[in-house]
Design a protein around this ligand. Structure first.
Ligand SMILES: NC(=O)c1ccc[n+]([C@@H]2O[C@H](COP(=O)([O-])OP(=O)(O)OC[C@H]3O[C@@H](n4cnc5c(N)ncnc54)[C@H](O)[C@@H]3O)[C@@H](O)[C@H]2O)c1
Length: 238
């Protein structure tokens, strides 16, 4: 990592308290960024509280930044598992508000501020390899992530004239505090995953974060509306 790669840049990372977002924070700081983590959980006083499902909360977060962020990484997301026929209105709405709405709201508010300050910005959304489905017990999550990818492409188109780039990374299965307890509770599940992934292992946050940071960096200055898949080859599994 080039120590000065993000020097002088302000970065906001939603979901920055845990998992992929926490690793994004570490690597942004290693690259010299002034990185601010925002999360619904605040395990340390370095993290700002936000609920990305709530407009007022997101508006206050963006207004409280010292200036428009140069970089926005939207990692906040997740879902409980439930069989498709048992998902109710509330659960579908919750998943849409978090996994689609969180990205949409944060990008809208940050983009409005960047435009008002006449600054460029790079947004990287963390979607999921489940965005196209099928995803057993995660239909609500898969649909919300799928919609977030469509939203990313629309925002990329409309925001390009403002020098705002919007891209997404598509991680495959990554060992994080969100997945570890679930996989621990399913004997043999990790072996099933490893067998399904052509590169024959489960990913770690350090596998996916360099792709996120490349999209956020000046090196990707001519890239917008793109999906970058980091899944050990799952998408091309035989
Ligand atoms: N781990 C995987 O296998 C995997 C695979 C594909 C995509 N993803 C996506 O990557 C992102 C990060 O996942 P992770 O595995 O690091 O999970 P994680 O649970 O470790 O981190 C997610 C963070 O988001 C925060 N969050 C949840 N709801 C929030 C809200 N309403 N407002 C603000 N913050 C909120 C959580 O508190 C948590 O700190 C998620 O969007 C997830 O869907 C993960």
């Amino acid at each position: 990592m080039n120590a000065g790669r993000f020097a002088g840049q302000l970065a906001l990372v939603t979901g920055g308290a845990s998992g992929i977002g926490a690793e994004v924070m570490r690597q942004l700081e290693a690259g010299g960024a002034e990185a601010i983590a925002a999360d619904i959980k605040i395990p340390s006083n370095r993290i700002r509280q936000v609920d990305v499902r709530d407009r007022a909360s997101v508006t206050a977060l963006i207004a409280g930044l010292p200036r428009a962020p140069d970089i926005l990484i939207t990692c906040a997301g997740g879902a409980l598992r439930r069989k498709a026929l048992e998902v109710d209105e509330e659960m579908l709405n919750e998943s849409l508000q978090l996994n689609l709405g969180g990205f949409w709201r944060c990008t809208q508010e940050a983009a409005k501020r960047a435009i008002s300050e006449n600054k460029p910005m790079a947004v990287v959304h963390v979607a999921s390899s489940l965005h196209r489905g099928p995803a057993p017990e995660l239909s609500h999550f898969s649909a919300a992530k799928g919609a977030s990818v469509s939203m990313m492409r629309c925002l990329a188109q409309e925001l390009a004239p403002h020098r705002i780039r919007v891209n997404a990374v598509i991680p495959g299965p990554i060992e994080t505090p969100a997945t570890t307890p679930i996989w621990d509770n399913r004997p043999g599940y990790r072996d099933t995953l490893r067998a399904a992934v052509p590169l024959a292992r489960i990913g770690t946050p350090t596998d996916v974060v360099p792709a996120i940071l490349w999209l956020a960096s000046q090196e990707a200055g001519w890239v917008t509306g793109s999906l970058l898949t980091v899944d050990g080859g799952l998408d091309v599994a035989p």
